[in-house]
Design a protein around this ligand. Structure first.
Ligand SMILES: Cc1cc2nc3c(=O)[nH]c(=O)nc-3n(C[C@H](O)[C@H](O)[C@H](O)COP(=O)(O)OP(=O)(O)OC[C@H]3O[C@@H](n4cnc5c(N)ncnc54)[C@H](O)[C@@H]3O)c2cc1C
Length: 396
């Protein structure tokens, strides 16, 4: 039976990580918002501690002696950590070495040997192209077999940690006529003469995290750098790897949004307390001030966001298919956190519009949560297809 109550261990983990976020991220948050593209060298202390790893005992039943009684697992631990870190600073979390979306892709689709070989690297994820973002299966970048190598040609845009990563998981097609079935992931290491970092974006938010465009021109990589099944004929599972990665990372994006929303709400609560206003949970709606009412509504929404996110992670920990739940969590958290961060700036008055506080930054940072890893509209499509039992061809 599903149990989303956090165990004592999980609560402790959350508290400890929040302390780290408070003492390490918050003090440098504004600095790296202003110094876009500069690597936050303070994050070097996290090198060698991968965020994504492959559980070796996934199928093992929880030990009856475990105080967590089967409630905890790596995915739940990850999303709690991510929320706590993003309460500190989301752009900085995305700049932590070895925590790239490509690392999640490697864990999701790579063989055990590949995870062992490249797991220690910082890996970016490059799927988006100018004609393939929401329609992730329209990838035009090609991978052609030539002797003992793959030759990659194409352009990938909006790649997170493009400048800082050690390697990139590039999604390319073996045969455009095969559509999604022909798309496979390839690991390209930095320094390859065929891969050029064309430019870095200037962004409105999440400025501590770098985002860039790669151009691949006759980029030659070893044959073994195709991730997962190397058999060229067995391409039917190829594109599913993108979706498998998103099943892991969408709940994480949801928890990033939850972290930003909770940071905004905590600030508003502190400012209300300074004015002697404490939200009273025992009052009826007509006894509450407008500000208290707004605040309590947002708190309730944050609770709903968290429960959906925990559920998606709980299912991942139980090895249950969670793609719809991952989309639900991301759709709800991405959209609602954006509204919460904006409303918190409203409630803070002029303070919400100045750089004295981080509220205006969180409002800028949070917008991306409803865009990357599939926009809110795309998550709604995925959910609707599931409910209506329609295929992606039937409901576009
Ligand atoms: C800061 C940042 C970091 C990123 N990091 C990465 C990364 O590391 N790796 C990577 O591969 N990509 C990355 N992306 C790309 C991101 O995932 C895409 O931008 C996103 O998926 C949207 O795709 P698109 O840009 O093609 O938008 P489009 O598909 O052109 O969408 C434009 C608008 O149309 C809507 N829309 C599109 N299709 C439909 C439909 N069928 N029904 C209803 N509405 C629709 C969308 O919701 C959106 O509102 C990043 C983007 C940003 C901004």
């Amino acid at each position: 039976m599903i149990n989303l109550e956090l165990s004592e261990n999980m609560v402790k983990l959350q508290q400890n990580i929040k302390m780290v976020a408070k003492s390490m991220f918050r003090p440098i948050s504004r600095k790296y918002d202003e110094a876009e593209h500069e690597y936050p060298k303070e994050l070097d202390v996290f090198r060698g501690a991968p965020l994504f790893s492959r559980s070796k005992n996934k199928k093992e039943a929880p030990s009856p002696a475990s105080p967590d009684k089967g409630r905890s697992g790596p995915a739940l631990g990850q999303i709690l950590s991510v929320e706590a870190m993003c309460w500190g600073d989301c752009g900085l979390l995305m700049s932590v070495p070895n925590a790239g979306v490509g690392n999640a892709a490697l864990v999701a689709v790579g063989t055990d040997e590949q995870v062992e070989k490249w797991g220690g690297k910082w890996i970016a994820f490059a799927n988006t192209e100018s004609g393939a973002g929401s329609d992730a299966g329209s990838v035009q970048t090609t991978a052609d077999a030539d002797g003992g190598e793959w030759v990659i040609n194409g352009e990938k845009i909006f790649v997170t940690c493009a400048d800082r990563c050690d390697a990139v998981v590039v999604w390319a097609t073996l045969d455009k006529l095969l559509g999604k079935a022909g798309i496979k992931p390839f690991l390209v290491e930095k320094g390859n003469p065929g891969m050029k970092l064309e430019h870095l974006e200037k962004k409105c938010g999440l400025r501590a995290s770098d985002t860039g465009t790669f151009v691949f021109t006759d980029c030659r990589i070893p044959k073994e750098n195709i991730l997962g099944d190397p058999e060229i004929k067995q391409t039917s599972e190829g594109f599913k790897g993108v979706m498998k990665t998103f099943d892991m990372t969408r709940p994480m994006v949801a928890s990033m949004a939850n972290g930003l929303a909770s940071a905004s709400l905590d600030l508003v609560k502190d400012k209300m307390a300074e004015k002697g206003v404490e939200p009273d949970y025992h009052k009826t709606p007509n006894q509450l001030s407008a500000m208290e009412k707004e605040y309590l509504m947002m708190e309730a929404n944050l609770e709903a966001m968290r429960l959906l996110t925990y559920k998606a992670a709980w299912m991942a920990d139980k090895d249950l298919p969670n793609n719809v739940e991952a989309s639900m969590a991301k759709a709800k958290s991405g959209r609602t956190a954006t509204l919460i961060a904006q409303k918190c700036c409203d409630l803070l008055g002029p303070l919400g519009f100045t750089t004295k506080e981080l509220a205006e930054k969180w409002m800028r940072d949070v917008k991306i949560m409803d865009i990357f890893e599939g926009t809110g509209q795309i998550q709604h499509l995925i959910i609707a297809r599931h409910i209506l039992k329609l295929s992606s061809k039937e409901l576009k």
